[in-house]
Design a protein around this ligand. Structure first.
Ligand code: MF3
Ligand code: CO
Ligand code: CO
Length: 261
């Protein structure tokens, strides 16, 4: 069953996603060669609790941390650790969730550590663009297959591959609700999107082949060919007109633009 949220509920989900967006911007300030992903995780947890929320991933199916920090060929669900030290040229995908007022926020961004290769830069740009192509399709009357097709089409047109095993999802008082929102598919197929539904779209795009494998830690998912992988995620409410995006990358972009100048 796909829940339709009231306007009041959507405002609460927006607040939770704005806090995640701001937490990722706080993390952005600290991403640089030499810092550990364990340190980033502690910064995120403190920031979230200081803002009256609790980490949304901590304890979820036994997950041990606040963030998922997935480095280079790691696709998603990398576990933060004091032993993982960022290096110049790394690609770091950071996924964050919070629970506040009974509703979840869930948003992810892939960062460059120092200067990255042109190939990695292009992967990041394209993955973010593929997410925005999906967001454009997330409107009343469209189907999840329209979203998936749009994401897949852009990613594959650029020579990349789409991870199939993990998908976007509904979001609300649970972190993962119906419907599943695959990042691949055929137009006009899948559940119909209606005003008041809230979903996350979260393409995981591989530079090489789409196959993945899981590390022995039971969480970390990586590209089987060990080539780089990127992940971006936004939450949004379905509306009759333009999509009402409930998370934002603008705080992150602000921090990154300042670093460049
Ligand atoms: N990456 C997932 C999502 O965005 C959530 C991670 S749950 C965790 O939907 F337990 F792995 F953290
Ligand atoms: Co997420
Ligand atoms: Co998600």
């Amino acid at each position: 069953m796909i829940l339709i949220k009231t306007a009041d509920e959507i405002e609460l989900i927006r607040k939770s996603n704005l806090l995640v967006s701001k937490t990722l911007a706080e993390i952005a300030k600290h991403i640089q060669p030499g810092i550990s992903t364990g340190k980033l995780d502690r910064i995120a947890e403190t920031f979230i609790r200081d803002h009256g929320a609790v980490p949304g991933f901590l304890g979820y199916q036994g997950y041990p941390k606040t963030l998922c920090t997935s480095l280079n060929a790691q696709v998603v669900h990398g576990i933060p650790s004091d032993k993982v030290i960022l290096e110049e040229g790394d690609l770091l995908s950071v996924d964050c969730g919070v629970l506040m007022n009974g509703f979840y926020g869930d948003t992810a961004f892939s960062f460059e550590v120092g200067e990255v290769s042109e190939a990695v830069r292009r992967l990041l740009v394209t993955t973010r663009e593929s997410l925005m192509k999906g967001v454009e399709q997330a409107r009343d009357g469209k189907r999840t297959g329209d979203v998936g097709y749009a994401v897949q089409h852009l990613a594959e047109a650029n020579g990349y591959s789409v991870v199939r095993e993990m998908v976007g999802h509904g979001l609300g008082s649970h972190l993962h609700e119906a419907p599943e929102v695959p990042n691949y598919g055929r137009r006009g197929t899948g559940p119909k999107l209606k005003k008041g539904m809230v979903i996350c779209i979260e393409p995981m795009i591989n530079m090489g082949r789409r196959q993945i494998k899981q590390d022995p830690d039971g969480w970390t998912i990586r590209a089987a060919d060990n080539q780089p992988s990127a992940h971006f995620e936004l939450a949004m409410a379905i509306d009759k007109g333009k999509t009402d995006v409930l998370s934002t990358f603008s705080y992150i972009d602000e921090v990154l633009n300042k670093q460049k100048n």
